[in-house]
Write a protein that binds this ligand. Structure first.
Ligand code: ARG
Length: 643
């Protein structure tokens, strides 16, 4: 992410931020904005239409045959049949150096860029701006017309696993999508705070601490804290399970006896004894001591937490992710929750019910949100309560412009309740700055040896599988300098690309064979496409840094021009992605490009072409490699140079 930040800054500094008369138009950063500005002004003048209106209605196209930009003329709100209006505007549009005479296609006016100027601008810019091409530091400014007011700040809360519990598919997706959202906002100039909100508080940590007394092992803890704590947790939970049976039985006996009017004093004494020595009760007491600030209890817990975080950091690094803040349920201050209770009470959000404090959303115009307990009978806070405290603390501490929670759709209700409470408490503005980015379930995520426990297990298993797949192509395999490492990177790419292939709300099946294949729109295929362009550059023996002096006018073939048109739209794809917040918006663009590339290799040969032509084509491929690389980095992938 640091290198992403650097590239945005480089470009924003370099561009004199030549301001356009149109809002959100950055011709020095986005080549398509040159065309939007041009069309809006020319058509506005020629047809007597407000150029701002035209500018705002110019749309990008899904396929190149529909033009580079398209104007749905109905959106101009002129009382004329759209088809006729389109034809009329087409005929009025003046001759232009930049674009061909527009074509009316039904109710659309289609604009095609003239190849030569587009090629010069686009290839020239990509080759000089490199990693910064497509980024736009202005989008994240508080006020684009006055950079001195600074950047907008966004908190992205994601991953958020629970200590001593499995890192499940929901955490994996949150990590992948959250990492992507952080990169996206970084290249769009936001000040991004990446936050991990750990599940690190509650009775289960009392259980874990007691379990550690029986089953803990210092060496194992320091060596592999995550797995060791999970083992301990499983073992102590087994005991809890074993103890539950007799307790339940006794409770039933008491109930039946009572119904018959019999005396139950002995049974009740027996029950009290059983409960008193049960691990569940001991855990409750231990956790109470944590809540009361017992230093020893807290020290042990802090060690578990710190060691787990240290280990998580290593794994996140493999995914190119580093968090700015490791927050968590434990970090929410009692005072924040207390002042939240007061505010909720004062605003009439909460009420008493059976000794507990609840919020009944049905009484506040939010029927679907039902009721939620805010404070238990015994006075202890809940998951929701901590989130309410946390949202207030974060607002106060960070003064963010936006906060995104990347959490599974299973928690839709929880987050809707959180935002509603926040609003009802009188923090409407705060609630409006928060957004839940949700996603569907992954089915059947397991390693080949059994079900998964941790992210590391998944990554190792996919890496192994990838290594096997690579070995099948002996000649290629022998050329890879560091096969283990490459397999590892390709494995991670496989998992991430599979995850990003559909819309977030859709779930998918975790399919090891499909995701590690080099065929189809997979991670390995994307990496292969990048590596192939790298290899072409190596074999060309040209100086890649001098390609911008190539004679671009030699690039005249349909394949070359279409590829350039696609490259020109990369900055727009990023703008669109900031609206959809979907990784698939970037990913489908990249696959479109790889498909175009693969059909170009036979037509636009580099090796064997005349020196000038060879150089021009290599410039085109180098530009494509750069944009592919930029896109992969936004997704959080590590592009490989050989695969
Ligand atoms: N630790 C939670 C879980 O694993 C996810 C936390 C989501 N974030 C939040 N602010 N509630 O289910």
């Amino acid at each position: 992410a640091d290198s992403l930040t650097a590239s945005v800054q480089a470009l924003t500094l370099q561009s004199t931020t030549k301001t356009s008369k149109f809002a959100g138009c950055f011709p020095t950063l986005n080549p398509m904005d040159i065309y939007r500005e041009h069309i809006a002004e020319e058509l506005g003048k020629a047809a007597g239409i407000d150029s701002d209106l035209i500018f705002s209605r110019l749309a990008w196209t899904n396929t190149l045959d529909k033009g580079d930009l398209s104007l749905p003329v109905a959106a101009l709100r002129i009382k004329k049949k759209p088809d006729e209006l389109a034809a009329e505007l087409a005929s009025k549009f003046p001759e232009s150096d930049l674009i061909h005479p527009p074509t009316a296609f039904g109710p659309h006016l289609q604009f095609f860029c003239k190849a030569a100027p587009l090629t010069n601008t686009v290839l020239g810019r990509i080759l000089s701006e490199k990693a910064a091409f497509g980024t736009n530091g202005n989008m994240g400014l508080k006020d684009p017309s006055d950079p001195s007011k600074g950047q907008k700040k966004i908190i992205i809360e994601f991953s958020s696993p629970n200590i001593a519990k499995p890192f499940h598919a929901g955490h994996l997706r949150s990590t992948i999508i959250g990492g992507f959202l952080a990169n996206l906002h970084t290249v769009m100039g936001w000040d991004v705070i990446k936050m991990n909100y750990l599940g690190d508080w509650g009775k289960q940590y009392g259980l874990l601490a007691n379990g550690f007394k029986y089953f803990g092992n210092e060496e194992a803890l320091t060596k592999d804290p995550i797995n060791h704590l999970f083992d301990v947790y499983v073992k102590i939970n087994r005991i809890v399970g074993d103890q539950e049976g007799p307790i339940k039985e006794l409770k039933e006996q008491i109930k039946t006896k009572k119904e018959k009017g019999e005396d139950v004093a002995t049974e009740e004494a027996e029950l009290a004894k059983l409960v008193d020595v049960s691990e569940d009760e001991k855990a409750r007491r231990y956790f109470k001591s944590m809540e009361d600030g017992d230093p020893d209890a807290l020290a042990l817990w802090a060690r578990f937490r710190d060691l787990s975080i240290a280990k998580y950091k290593q794994t996140y690094a493999r995914l190119n992710i580093d968090f700015d803040v490791y927050s968590g349920e434990s970090q929410v201050k009692a005072e924040s929750m207390a002042s939240a209770y007061k505010a909720m009470e004062k605003a009439g959000v909460t009420e008493e019910s059976d000794g507990a404090i609840i919020a009944d959303f049905t009484k506040h115009g939010a029927k679907k949100l039902g009721k939620a307990i805010i404070v238990r009978k015994d006075g202890t806070p809940l998951y929701l309560t901590r989130d309410i405290g946390a949202i207030l603390e974060r607002d106060e501490k960070y003064h963010f412009d936006k906060m995104i929670y990347v959490v599974a759709a299973q928690q839709d209700l929880h987050l809707a309740q959180l935002f509603k409470v926040t609003e009802l408490m009188g923090n409407k503005d705060l609630a409006s700055r928060c957004q839940h980015i949700n996603f569907g379930m992954v089915h059947g995520m397991s390693t080949r040896k059994g079900t998964v426990k941790f992210l590391d297990d998944i990554l190792r298993d996919v890496g192994d599988k990838m290594h096997e797949v690579m070995k099948k192509n002996e000649t290629k395999y022998s050329q890879v300098a560091n096969p283990e490492e490459t397999a590892d990177t390709l494995g991670i790419t496989s998992v991430m690309v599979q995850d990003m292939t559909g819309k977030r709300v859709n779930g998918y099946d975790f399919n090891l064979d499909a995701m590690t294949s080099f065929e189809g729109d997979t991670g390995p295929y994307l990496q292969y496409a990048h590596a192939r362009l790298c290899s072409m550059a190596r074999k060309s023996e040209l100086n890649i840094d001098e390609l911008d002096s190539a004679d671009f006018s030699l690039l005249t073939e349909r394949h070359a021009i279409d590829l350039i048109r696609l490259l020109a739209s990369w900055p727009d794809v990023l703008v669109n992605t900031s609206k959809t917040l979907e990784p698939v918006t970037v990913l489908s663009y990249l696959f479109r490009m790889t498909h175009m590339l693969s059909s170009s290799y036979d037509v636009l040969k580099v090796i064997g072409s005349e020196p000038e032509l060879k150089k021009a084509r290599m410039a085109l491929y180098a530009a494509a490699r750069q944009v592919l690389n930029n896109g992969m980095r936004v997704l959080g992938l590590n592009p490989v140079e050989r695969s």
